[in-house]
Design a binder for this molecule. Structure first.
Ligand code: B12
Length: 215
C-alpha cells in the first residue's frame, strides 16, 4: 500500500501529466486508505496551478489546460459522491452562495473554492458562472444564505461585483450576509471601496474567511 505522501505525489504527477486514469486510481486508493480529503483536493489545486504555469509559459497548449479542467470537474463530482457514499455528511456550518459574475466564464478557481468550502462543512449553493447579480441575490434569499463568495477574473467584469453589493442594499439585506470576493484583478482595496467584507486570494483563504464570518 502506498503511503500518504506517495499517494499525494502520484496525485500531483498524474494530474499535471493529464493522466485521467492515474488521477482516478489515486482517488480510489485515497478513499480506501481513509486519509483526509482536504489534503488530496489541495494537492490537485497545486497541480492545477502548475498546469496554469505551463500554459502561461507556453509549455502546454489550451487543449491541455481544458482537459485538465474537465478532469478537475470529474474529480470534484467523484469526491462528492465518495463522501456521500461513505456517509460523510459534514455538519452544516452555514450556507454559502458561490459563483462568478456576469460575462465571466472562468470557473476553475471557483470550483476549487466550492469543493473546499463543502469539505470544511458549509452547505454550498454553486450557481456556476456568468451570473446576473439578481441570480446571486435571489439565491441568497431563497436559501437563507449567510455568505456570498463571488469572483471576477477579468477587469472588465469587476463592476458586476459592485452591482451585487448595490442590489443587496436595495433589497435591505446587506447586513444579513457577508460578501467575499476573489479573482485575478481583485484586491482588498477594491473590496473596501465597493463595500465587500473581504478579498480572498486562495480557496484556503476563502475557507478561513467563511469560518471567521460564522464565529
Ligand atoms: C485558465 C484561464 C482561462 C480559461 C478559463 C477556463 C475555465 N473554465 O475557467 C479560458 C481559456 C477559457 C480563459 C478565457 C479568457 N480569459 Co483567462 N485566464 C486563465 C488563466 C490562465 C488561469 C486562471 C485559472 O483558472 N487559474 C487556476 C486557478 C485554480 O487558480 P486561481 O484562478 O488563482 O484560483 C484560486 C484563487 O484565485 C481563488 N479563487 C478563484 N476563483 C474564485 C472564486 C471564488 C468565489 C472564491 C471564493 C475563490 C476563488 O481560489 C483558487 C484556488 O486557490 C488566467 C491567468 C491567471 N494566472 O490567473 C487568465 C486570465 C484570468 N484570463 C484573462 C482573459 C483576458 C481572458 C479572456 C478575455 C481572453 C480572451 N481574449 O478571450 C477570456 C475571457 C472569457 C470570459 N468571458 O470569461 C486575463 C484577465 C486579465 C484582466 N485583468 O482582465 C488573465 C488574468 C490572463 C492575463 N494575464 O491576461 N481564460
Amino acid at each position: 500500500m502506498l503511503s500518504k505522501n506517495e499517494l499525494l505525489a502520484e496525485a500531483y504527477r498524474s494530474f499535471v501529466e493529464i493522466d485521467e486514469k492515474g488521477v482516478f486510481d489515486v482517488i480510489e486508493k485515497w478513499f480506501e486508505s481513509g486519509y483526509d480529503t482536504e489534503d488530496l483536493l489541495n494537492k490537485f489545486g497545486e497541480a492545477l496551478s502548475e498546469i496554469v504555469r505551463r500554459f502561461e509559459e507556453r509549455e502546454y497548449f489550451l487543449a491541455q489546460l481544458m482537459s485538465s479542467t474537465s478532469i478537475l470537474d470529474k474529480v470534484n463530482n467523484l469526491i462528492a459522491e465518495r463522501l456521500a457514499e461513505n456517509g460523510i455528511y459534514v455538519e452544516n456550518k452555514g450556507t454559502v452562495v458561490i459563483g462568478t459574475v456576469k460575462n465571466d466564464t472562468h470557473d476553475l478557481g471557483k470550483n476549487i473554492a466550492s469543493s473546499m468550502l463543502r469539505i470544511a462543512g458549509f452547505k454550498v449553493i454553486d450557481l456556476g458562472n456568468d451570473l446576473y447579480a439578481s441570480e446571486i441575490v435571489d439565491a441568497v434569499i431563497e436559501n437563507k444564505a449567510s455568505i456570498i463568495a463571488v469572483s471576477s477574473m477579468t477587469s472588465t467584469t469587476m463592476i458586476n461585483l459592485e452591482e451585487i453589493i448595490t442590489l443587496l442594499k436595495e433589497k435591505g439585506i446587506r447586513n444579513d450576509v457577508k460578501v467575499m470576493i476573489s479573482g485575478a484583478p481583485v484586491t482588498q482595496e477594491y473590496a473596501d471601496r465597493i463595500g465587500a467584507d473581504v478579498c480572498v486570494r486562495t480557496a484556503t483563504e476563502a475557507v478561513a474567511a467563511a469560518e471567521r464570518f460564522i464565529s
